[in-house]
Design a protein around this ligand. Structure first.
Ligand SMILES: Cc1cc2nc3c(=O)[nH]c(=O)nc-3n(C[C@H](O)[C@H](O)[C@H](O)COP(=O)(O)OP(=O)(O)OC[C@H]3O[C@@H](n4cnc5c(N)ncnc54)[C@H](O)[C@@H]3O)c2cc1C
Ligand SMILES: NC(=O)c1ccc[n+]([C@@H]2O[C@H](COP(=O)([O-])OP(=O)(O)OC[C@H]3O[C@@H](n4cnc5c(N)ncnc54)[C@H](OP(=O)(O)O)[C@@H]3O)[C@@H](O)[C@H]2O)c1
Length: 455
């Protein structure tokens, strides 16, 4: 009797779940069948959809509903609260599975190397997003005492951070934010949020819809300085080539020429201001120094030497995410990703047998949830080609019970897909008691208990 192809997926974010979906939809799923185990370090699945996507984006959070259908399939098991590198290692996975797909994404802040980043009041956007999204592994409180705040970077994460800071706690209450986050936001003193791009409007990485959304809050006045609207040949070419860039630039132009209204919270979008130093006094942020830049003809900028000090007392660095290096896998220190060819993990010129990678850990921390689907399809196509060609390693214990016995033998507490249903129900019940759709549980122990993993 041929046995099913056994695949381990490490990371239950969208990339990992789309990889499972691609495996289930392949010919191999029919004959001789596939059997997939997903290992996830958090007690709950869904990666950055749960712990990155902003709480006031319920439509995007709703992608979870589509991903549910994959995890509902009988060929897929979830082992949550299991960390690759401590609870389970590469050699363990090799002994249970024909192939391992790593889809561990990114959850940390990329470093910004300017003086002052270590000061109190200087925050990473990833840490802040983890806080407002109720991640169990970050502090429960957040210092929101600053009246004037700077956000560095002009990508969608910067927009999320600026919007959450500029909205009122009551605007965010109908979302799934946990009680500690609502309490924290009630104390938010921010009335001015200054977002800084080091290049121009045509180089902003905002999505047009996310940008326009800033203007939808009755509490946020978005302000653009007309002097910050500038394009060179490179910018013009980019606007012609890319419809989204053009839409973003047009929105910014419209905001630059309109009258400033009287909504209480001012959100300034500045361009051509490159952060050079976070200013401090007694270990705390008291300002931000930026250098004015100008376009060089190609869409890049050069410094002018003219600096401005901005009177802000918190600085959020939204200059990109960073992945965690994975034990026993090769690592590209420049891109912060696992080197690959078509999703096959590469050690120099060689494919590391039976080892694959997909999503942000493969591509780097750029792109939308939808983009991880195509990425997963490519990786899985190559995995299946290797399977068909007989290139996969043979595991010593491919039977499904073996990994369960291994985890239990090691005393690893794990959550299951059935456990997610229980946690989901518990969060919805908590929400219902407050007239809200869901309220997230934050503490790991509470999550484990609600999932039925511990008593
Ligand atoms: C703040 C923020 C907001 C975003 N908002 C949107 C949005 O509104 N719309 C949109 O389309 N895109 C959004 N994105 C982009 C989107 O989140 C990513 O494209 C997508 O999540 C990448 O998927 P992934 O599966 O590669 O990684 P992730 O979503 O990061 O998933 C990786 C998973 O692997 C797990 N993991 C990591 N290490 C280990 C380990 N050692 N062992 C076991 N498990 C591990 C993690 O816990 C996580 O669950 C946002 C991104 C950020 C950062
Ligand atoms: N709602 C959504 O759809 C949503 C929400 C959040 C995130 N996402 C996606 O998630 C991905 C990651 O988003 P992101 O915002 O983290 O990354 P991003 O889109 O790459 O934006 C990073 C920003 O940081 C700037 N930056 C980098 N280094 C800098 C430095 N040293 N000094 C000043 N500025 C610097 C970049 O400017 P330069 O261009 O000049 O380098 C850029 O403006 C993106 O694909 C994004 O679209 C989507």
């Amino acid at each position: 009797m041929p046995r099913p192809l056994r695949v381990a997926i490490v990371g239950a974010g969208p990339a990992g779940i789309y990889a499972a979906d691609a495996l289930l939809k392949s010919d191999t799923a029919a004959e001789p069948g596939v059997s997939i185990d997903i290992f996830e370090r958090m007690p709950a699945p869904f990666g950055l959809i749960r712990y990155g996507v902003a709480p006031d984006h319920p439509r995007i959070k709703g992608i979870i509903t589509a991903l549910h259908q994959v995890l509902d399939k009988p060929q897929v098991r979830l082992f949550g609260h299991v960390n690759y590198g401590t609870d389970v290692h590469l050699d363990d996975l090799r002994s249970f599975y024909d192939a391992v797909v790593f889809s561990t994404g990114a959850m940390f802040d990329r470093e910004l190397r300017i003086p002052g980043v270590e000061l109190d009041g200087s925050f990473g956007a990833a840490d802040f997003a983890s806080w407002y999204d109720g991640h169990p592994d970050v502090p429960r409180t957040w210092d929101l005492s600053a009246g004037k705040v700077a956000v560095l970077g002009v990508g969608n994460v910067a927009l999320d951070v600026a919007r959450i800071l500029a909205k009122t706690a009551e605007e965010l209450l109908p979302t799934e934010i946990p009680a500690n986050v609502h309490e924290g936001l009630k104390a938010n003193k921010a009335v001015e949020v200054h977002v800084f791009g080091r290049r121009g409007p045509a180089q902003a990485k905002f999505s047009p819809m996310e940008l326009r959304e800033l203007d939808h809050s009755p509490n946020i006045e978005v302000i653009v300085n007309p002097e910050d609207i500038d394009y060179d040949e490179g910018s013009i070419a980019e606007r012609r080539k890319n419809k989204q860039t053009d839409m973003v630039a047009k929105t910014l132009e419209n905001w630059a020429i309109r009258d400033v209204g009287d909504r209480p919270h001012k959100l300034f979008l500045h361009f051509f201001e490159s952060p050079v130093e976070i200013l401090g006094e007694d270990g705390r942020v008291v300002g931000l120094r930026t250098e004015r830049t100008e376009l060089d003809g190609t869409g890049n900028v050069t410094g002018t030497g003219r600096t401005t000090d901005w009177d802000v007392s918190s600085v959020y660095r939204a200059v990109g995410y960073l992945s965690d290096e994975l034990p026993k896998l090769p690592w590209d220190t420049v891109s912060g990703t696992v080197p690959d060819e078509g999703g096959r993990v590469m050690e120099g010129e060689e494919h590391m047998a039976s080892t694959y990678v997909t999503g942000w850990i493969r591509r780097g921390p750029v792109g939308l949830i939808g983009h991880t689907k195509g990425d997963a399809n490519e990786t899985v196509a190559n995995l299946l080609a290797d399977f068909a060609a007989g290139r996969l390693l043979t595991p010593s214990h491919p039977e499904e019970d073996a990994v369960v016995a291994f985890l239990e033998g090691k005393g690893v507490t794990y959550t299951t897909w059935d456990g997610w249903y229980k946690l989901d129900a518990a969060e919805k019940a908590l929400g219902e008691s407050q007239g809200r759709e869901r309220v997230k549980l934050v503490e790991r122990e509470e999550m484990l208990r609600a999932s039925g993993a511990i008593d």
